[in-house]
Ligand binder design. Structure first.
Ligand SMILES: *Cc1c(COP(=O)(O)O)cnc(C)c1O
Length: 385
């Protein structure tokens, strides 16, 4: 196979060795149904409970607060739809941010169509919401706040502990999508004071189709998926034992590697070198940002053309987010941070993991600098001065 330089770890990751090792036995030797009473079944059940304890330990939760789901998207749907259902008699007002992932954004749009009222808080140029604005937005009928821990396109980390303090003082439920944060920065549900928190396996070195919803003890969230009563009646469907074991192993491994200083150093080198390209800019918070995300806009560049030319050099990267590529609309996140349409079209996200080497960083800097210059030379709108 030709050389692949993978700088798209925020889209998905390779399954880590410890995760793969944890998963494999459940495809053959340990194939029991966790609900069965005989020993192969009990063995699978034990593996799930072991994984639950590991995940709980990794985020400062109790084991009974961890529920496995089929994806991060499912966990977000469950949290938002069920919290809305649970509290609808108290009020129908929900607050969110303008930079949420579609799994939150579109779920809230659905709830809006069902009669809920959504207030979407704008963000500043770094992608930060104003906590003063949040306080002012909370009303007597506000039942739920959903703000992501860290953004997938621009890497901004939001001040969840501050947001959690506000929500808990006002008695409003708080959900956070921590899909990009989990395994990259420390997560502590108690310090964040969240009621619900979402994790996805494939963003942190486990398999696609695995997720977690943390639900704070005492919060009786109605199930989203009904059936045989698995996950303590909260999420039915025969458990993906391998996926669950892999998610726990990956999360445990990643948390043991924190802080990701060597990844952050490579990110910073990408930022320093790529900002030497004329009329380029960093997107997202320069300080409070994920260690693995370097994101930019380049004036007079079409993001898709840039990706295709990088692909020609074996470099995998993203423009906007993978979910929105294929559409010509610029990313809602880049518009929310105040970029004009024409700049937002020229966006690039490079997302690293511990596997990425200094040589790869050099290669990406060299090729990207070439690609931007070449595209600009061909561009009718580019003007050197
Ligand atoms: C990828 C992602 C999701 C969706 O997770 P899936 O497991 O792919 O469904 C949700 N939120 C954020 C921030 C993401 O990056």
């Amino acid at each position: 196979m030709e050389k692949v330089v993978y700088f798209d770890n925020a889209a998905t990751t390779k399954v880590l060795k410890p995760a793969l090792d944890a998963m494999l036995p459940f495809f053959n030797d340990r194939y029991g149904n966790p609900s069965s009473v005989y020993s192969v079944g009990r063995d699978a059940k034990k593996a799930i409970e072991n994984a639950r304890a590991i995940v709980a330990g990794a985020i400062g939760a109790l084991t009974e607060e961890i529920f496995f789901t089929g994806s991060g998207t499912e966990a977000n749907n469950w949290a938002l739809k069920s919290a809305a259902e649970l509290r609808q008699n108290k009020g129908k007002h929900i607050i969110t941010s303008a930079i949420e992932h579609p799994a939150v954004h579109n779920t809230l749009k659905y709830l809006e169509s069902k009669g809920f009222e959504i207030t979407c808080l704008g963000v500043d140029k770094n992608g930060q919401i104003s906590t003063d604005e949040l306080k002012k937005a909370i009303r007597n009928d506000t039942i739920l706040i959903s703000v992501m821990t860290a953004n997938n396109e621009i890497g901004t980390i939001l001040p969840m502990a501050e947001i959690g303090k506000i929500a808990s003082e006002k008695g409003v439920l708080l959900h956070t999508d921590a899909v990009q944060a989990a395994g990259s920065v420390p997560i502590d549900v108690a310090a964040m004071r969240v009621d619900m928190l979402t994790i996805s396996g494939h963003k942190l070195g486990a398999a696609k189709g695995s997720g977690v919803l943390y639900i704070k003890k005492g919060l009786k969230l109605p199930p989203l998926i009904h059936g045989g009563g698995q996950e303590n009646g909260e999420r039915s469907g025969t458990e993906d034992v391998a996926g669950i074991a892999g998610l726990a192993a990956a999360l445990e491994y990643r948390v043991s590697r924190l802080p990701l200083d060597s990844v952050a150093q490579k990110r910073d080198r990408l930022i320093t070198e790529l900002l030497k390209i004329p009329r380029s800019a960093l997107t997202g918070d320069p300080i409070n940002r994920l260690p693995g995300i370097a994101s930019f806009v380049f004036e007079a560049i079409e993001g898709e053309s840039m990706l295709l030319m990088l692909d020609h050099f074996g470099i995998c990267a993203s423009s906007g987010s993978a979910c929105s590529s294929g559409s010509l609309d610029p990313s809602h996140v880049l518009l929310a941070i105040g970029l004009p349409h024409e700049m937002a079209h020229g966006s690039l996200r490079l997302s690293l993991c511990e596997d990425n080497t200094d040589e790869e960083v050099d290669y990406v800097i060299e090729k990207l600098t070439e690609v931007v210059a070449k595209l600009r030379k061909m561009s009718p709108v580019w003007n050197e001065d």
